[in-house]
Ligand binder design. Structure first.
Ligand code: MTE
Ligand code: MO
Length: 354
């Protein structure tokens, strides 16, 4: 570990942005059938596109309110203990429109160095209360332009569970789209905070300026509530949410016992899930399955529907704090799908031969 960076020399230079425009990979809910999402089905969101970074040129700089600023190579990072955490990752959706639910979610085993341990090695000063993280990807995103992607998280977060400097996803090195060679991974926080292509960490006593922390991913809050900036709240902790995997939206299913299942997740463990088949008045409570570290949890329900017709299925999660989901107009609004229950195909319905 050295701090031998010559002034003007850029750490982790980006060879090119490829693609150089917003890149998304979306996976429909009914494809999320395995507990661990295969790497090819983990959604991707890259605001500016995907940078190409050479491992031998990549560095992680740590500066700001620390006793010993450092510049780490990838080798240096591998010198720290490798920590594995199973966790969901959930995109917050459209940053300028927090009322739209986009439901991009996956669940994976993330591995890397423990951020707290790396920070201990450089000595965080007591007045530091925010960790700023930088990705060198740059360009335009909708009407915004920036030279890098910068987010922040409060130091307190390190007290409620590990945060990773992750270099593996499901046992494989990160792919370029997912942040090669290194990304931040904050279990329980919205995906936007887990900075990919991580190249710089700065300790500060205030929130990071920049469009991704001030204008975007910073929700307006009603007057009278408290927020870190006046009238806004950072999009950090994931509130409870449930996603119906099966049946698929607009599926046609036969009458009889109809299995309904899906995933539920949040910063806090999910206590139970409720299913409604009448658009809200009545709810059936089911167990939220086991949670491994910060993983999503599986819920299952069997619906005995004996007559055909058009129906809606809704699923709603409640966490151990008793917090649940809003019906509408929120990024974690209750998931509702429409399905058609049909008579099974068979020879018991006939029509006259003309
Ligand atoms: N440097 C950088 N990090 C980033 C982003 C980005 O555009 N640039 N997008 C964020 C958003 S909004 C999400 S949801 C997650 C997505 O991670 P994934 O593509 O690995 O699923 O990465 C986050 N980290
Ligand atoms: Mo996101």
């Amino acid at each position: 570990m050295t701090d031998g960076r010559r002034s003007g020399e850029q750490a982790s230079p980006v060879q090119s942005m490829d693609p150089a425009t917003t890149y998304r990979h979306r996976v429909p809910a009914d494809k999320l059938v395995t507990g661990i999402t295969p790497n090819s089905d983990i959604f991707v969101l890259a605001h500016f596109g995907v940078p190409r970074i050479e491992l031998r040129q990549w560095r992680l700089q740590i500066s700001g309110m620390v006793d010993r600023p450092a510049t780490l190579t990838f080798e240096d990072l591998l010198g720290f203990a490798k920590v594995e955490i199973q966790s969901f990752i959930n995109c917050a959706g459209f940053p300028a429109n927090p009322k739209i639910a986009t439901r991009n979610v996956s669940n994976a085993v993330w591995a890397g160095a423990d951020l707290a341990e790396v920070l201990d090695s450089v000595g965080v000063q007591p007045s530091a209360s925010f960790i700023w993280s930088y990705g060198p990807d740059h360009g335009t995103y909708q009407k915004w332009r920036a030279d890098c992607y910068v987010k922040d998280l409060p130091m307190e977060r390190l007290r409620s569970g590990k945060v990773l400097l992750a270099y593996e996803m499901n046992g494989e090195p990160l792919s370029r789209a997912h942040g090669y060679p290194l990304r931040l991974f904050i279990p329980g926080f919205y995906g936007t905070n887990s900075v990919k292509w991580l190249s710089r960490i700065e300790l500060s006593d205030r929130r990071a300026p920049g469009i991704f922390t001030t204008e975007l991913y910073n929700d307006p809050v009603p007057a009278g509530s408290t927020g870190l900036s006046r009238g806004t709240a950072p999009v950090w902790e994931v509130p409870p949410e449930a996603l119906i995997v099966s049946p698929a939206a607009n599926a046609k299913v036969p009458v009889g016992p109809i299995p309904i299942w899906g995933w539920a997740w949040g910063m806090r463990q999910i206590a139970f899930v409720e299913i409604s088949l009448d658009k809200g008045p009545s709810w059936h409570r089911v167990d939220a399955g086991q949670r491994t570290e910060n993983s999503w949890q599986r819920f299952d329900f069997t619906w005995n529907q004996k007559t055909p017709g058009a129906f809606s299925v809704m699923a709603r999660a409640t966490d151990l704090d008793g917090k649940t989901q809003p019906d509408l107009d929120a990024r974690n609004a209750v998931h509702r799908i429409d399905i058609e229950v049909q008579r099974p195909p068979g020879c018991w319905s006939g029509s006259p031969v003309s």
